[in-house]
Structures are given as structure tokens and as C-alpha cells.
Design a protein around this ligand. Structure first.
Ligand SMILES: Cc1cc2nc3c(=O)[nH]c(=O)nc-3n(C[C@H](O)[C@H](O)[C@H](O)COP(=O)(O)OP(=O)(O)OC[C@H]3O[C@@H](n4cnc5c(N)ncnc54)[C@H](O)[C@@H]3O)c2cc1C
Length: 376
């Protein structure tokens, strides 16, 4: 057991990768998982947490029990790619032979002036907790971002706080990645919920009491929630890994970093073309990527070449509060199939089942990996 696999980040991608690597490598590798917190955060539920719903308590120690994976609770502060070591805050440096980089993403707060100082986000557990703590004192909230996170946040806020004035502002159109039928449903739902929508309205500046649009209009709001863009942590770029403009590690088809083949990158912190387009930051791609990354790390530990990952999209599943949702089925390349849309309570049940399914996958990655193999 000489080969050391170190996995950074225990989100959907990293936790799956660590468990899969330990299972596939067996006695050929020792797997260490590093995470800033001792809990698994169900990030796809953070908009629910932000309005006061209780998150499930998921200790990583429990999710790793019996797997042989060693857990180190510490923040990764730096990488030395030549010496193959990870610098940790509050723990000794860790050496590796294969590194799995899975540090996820955070809200990109440097694109619009004032965002870093004044905007709230739902990108991480602490951020969502800050919004939850401020909510009781607010009369109005404006969410910036017409993508999935913005839509889920605005509708959750409107449903949970009926007296709250909620608005959504987006540089493009609401639900731009969805088909026309799904977008029409979204507009009807926002109208029913009393959420004002400002489309094609790029934001120029955010202040403590509202925001200014590029066309000069000023929209007052007691709080602004930024959901218009995410980026990967700067650790990879600082260490000299080849990254894209959002800090994501560029990987080849087997998920090995293009610049450093002893590094595997997965989840939001990695980018590769999926069916011809750069992967969308999502659990849908991050979770299978993590499983494949774990298999690839095990292959390297056993002196084998990893196989290419075969990733595809299935659709987009958006909650619209707790009793409504929208499921937009898509082609493998993420383009929506216009007529294939499910809405209402049936869609809300599907969405809940999908979200629960992600935790099932974290508990039993082997079952999911086996299912994926069988489907192929
Ligand atoms: C509100 C919301 C709703 C969403 N809904 C959906 C959805 O419906 N469907 C979908 O497909 N996607 C959704 N997403 C996106 C999805 O959550 C992400 O794509 C997914 O979490 C990516 O998984 P990951 O493992 O790459 O990163 P993460 O889940 O972010 O995990 C990263 C891990 O790394 C740890 N970490 C970070 N930095 C350090 C460090 N320096 N040292 C140690 N540990 C560190 C973090 O603590 C975390 O545990 C949603 C996101 C949000 C915010």
C-alpha cells in the first residue's frame, strides 16, 4: 500500500471520488480525504437552508465508516506540485502520489462593483446562514441571476416569506438554458408568486440599499442575493495548474489535469468538454465525474492508464418552492427538448427524489457506479 491518493474537498465530487478510489484500489493505495468541515453539505439545498429549513446533519465520519478512507478536517492552503505536497491550515502537510482536486466553487463576487461588500449568496453553508439570519429584518430582497440558483432562491424566498417583496434581475432571459415551454411556465409561476422579473438588465453596481443597472435605473432592495456566477477556488491557479477563466482545472478525457497528469480534477473545480461544450457546474455532472475520478486515481495507483470518462446530461431539475418544480429533459449535450417538460407537484416529487438520490449516491457510490456501468 505505497501509493498515496489525496482527495481535496468532500462535496458531491470529492466524497464520491474518495470512496470509489478506496474501493477500486483496495490494498494498492491509501486514500486520504481533506475537507474544511467535518460535515457533508447538501449544497443543492442551500436555498432551502437560507429560508430557515433545517439541513440534514451528515457527519463525514459516518459517510466514510468502513471504507478505509482517512479523513483530515483542515483547510487546504497551498499546493506544491513539484514536491507533491498539500499545505494544510491547522494540520501537517500531506504528501501524495495522485491528487484528486475537488474543491468545488464559490460565488464570483468580483464581476460587479459592490458585490463583495454588500451582496449575500447561497453558494456555501455559511453564506446561506448569513441570509437566513438577516431575513427576519428584511422587507425586500432582489436576487441577481436568471439561472438555476437564482430561480430556486427567488421562488423559495417568495414562498417561505409571503410578506417579503422579491425581485429577480438577470442580464439575459429568465431560465435561458431551458426550452420555450419551460420558460413560459417559469414566467407564469413568478407572476403567481408575486416575484418581479427584470430581464436583459445587466447590473452595474451593488450598494447596501439596492443596485444600479447598466441603463442607469436604480432598484432599491433591503438585501441583494448574488446568484449570477460561480468560480473555482484560486488554489489550482496559484500552484501553476492550467485553469480556465473561472479558475477550473483543464482536464483531459480521463480527468487528468492537462498540465499535471498526476492531478485528477473533478466537479465544479474542473472543466472538460461534455458532448462538445464546456461542462456546466452542476451536481449532475460533478457526481459522475467524482466517481470516474476515483476510478482513474485507483487505476494510476495500480499502474494502469485510466479510461476516458463518458459523461452526458439528462435534464435540469428546478425547485419552485416546496410544492412546485420544473423538470426540463435534455439531450446528452444539455440542449433542452422543448416538449419534454414536467411541472407542478409531480415535478416537485421528482426533484425531491433526485436530491435524495444524491445523498444515496454519497452513501453508496458503488451502487451508482455499478448502475452507470450497466447502462453503458
Ligand atoms: C443553492 C444551490 C442549488 C443548486 N442546485 C443544483 C441542482 O438542482 N442541480 C445541480 O446539478 N446542481 C445544483 N447546484 C450546483 C451544485 O451544488 C454544485 O455543482 C456541486 O455542489 C459541485 O460539487 P463539488 O463536489 O464539485 O463541490 P462542492 O459540493 O462545493 O464541494 C466542495 C467541497 O470542498 C470543500 N472545500 C472548499 N475549499 C476547501 C479548502 N481550501 N480546503 C478544504 N476543503 C475545501 C468544501 O467545504 C466542500 O465540502 C446548486 C448549487 C447551489 C449553490
Amino acid at each position: 500500500m505505497n501509493h498515496r491518493i489525496v482527495v481535496l474537498g468532500a462535496g458531491y465530487a470529492g466524497l464520491g471520488a474518495a470512496k470509489r478510489a478506496a474501493h477500486a484500489a483496495g490494498r494498492d493505495a491509501r486514500v486520504t480525504l481533506v475537507n474544511a468541515s467535518d460535515r457533508f453539505v447538501e449544497r443543492v439545498r442551500l436555498h432551502q437552508f437560507a429560508v430557515g429549513q433545517k439541513p440534514a446533519d451528515l457527519p463525514l465520519a459516518g459517510l466514510l465508516a468502513g471504507t478505509g478512507v482517512d479523513l483530515v478536517v483542515a483547510r487546504a492552503a497551498g499546493l506544491d506540485l513539484d514536491a507533491r505536497t498539500v499545505r494544510l491550515d491547522g494540520a501537517a502537510d500531506l504528501g501524495y502520489d495522485t491528487l484528486v482536486y475537488a474543491l468545488g466553487s464559490t460565488a464570483d463576487l468580483d464581476v460587479v462593483p459592490g458585490a463583495r461588500e454588500h451582496a449575500l449568496t447561497v453558494a456555501g453553508a455559511a453564506d446561506a446562514g448569513s441570509l437566513r439570519d438577516r431575513l427576519p429584518g428584511l422587507a425586500s430582497v432582489t436576487v441577481i441571476g436568471g439561472g438555476l440558483t437564482g430561480i430556486e432562491s427567488a421562488t423559495e424566498l417568495a414562498e417561505a416569506r409571503p410578506g417579503l417583496r422579491v425581485a429577480l434581475v438577470t442580464a439575459g432571459s429568465l431560465g435561458a438554458g431551458l426550452g420555450p415551454r419551460a420558460r413560459r411556465y417559469l414566467h407564469r409561476t413568478f407572476e403567481r408568486m408575486g416575484v418581479a422579473v427584470h430581464e436583459n438588465a445587466p447590473v452595474a453596481k451593488i450598494a447596501a440599499d439596492g443596485l444600479t443597472l447598466e441603463d442607469g435605473r436604480y432598484l432599491p432592495a433591503d438585501a441583494v442575493v448574488w446568484a449570477a456566477g460561480f468560480r473555482a477556488p484560486s488554489l489550482a491557479a496559484n500552484a501553476g495548474l492550467d485553469v480556465d477563466e473561472r479558475g477550473r482545472v483543464r482536464v483531459d478525457g480521463t480527468l487528468r489535469a492537462r498540465s499535471h497528469p498526476d492531478v485528477i480534477a473533478v466537479g465544479d473545480a474542473a472543466v472538460l468538454p461534455v458532448r462538445g461544450r464546456p461542462a456546466r457546474m452542476s451536481c449532475q455532472i460533478g457526481l459522475p465525474m467524482g466517481l470516474h475520478g476515483g476510478t482513474a486515481a485507483a487505476a494510476l495507483a495500480q499502474g494502469r492508464e485510466p479510461r476516458p470518462a463518458r459523461l452526458r446530461y439528462v435534464g435540469q431539475c428546478l425547485s419552485l418552492g416546496r410544492h412546485d418544480a420544473l423538470v426540463q429533459f435534455s439531450r446528452a449535450d444539455d440542449t433542452p427538448i422543448d416538449r419534454a417538460v414536467l411541472t407542478g407537484r409531480a415535478a416537485a416529487r421528482v426533484k425531491e427524489a433526485v436530491v435524495r438520490g444524491t445523498v444515496f449516491a454519497m452513501r453508496h457510490p458503488e451502487a451508482v457506479a455499478g448502475f452507470c456501468r450497466a447502462r453503458r
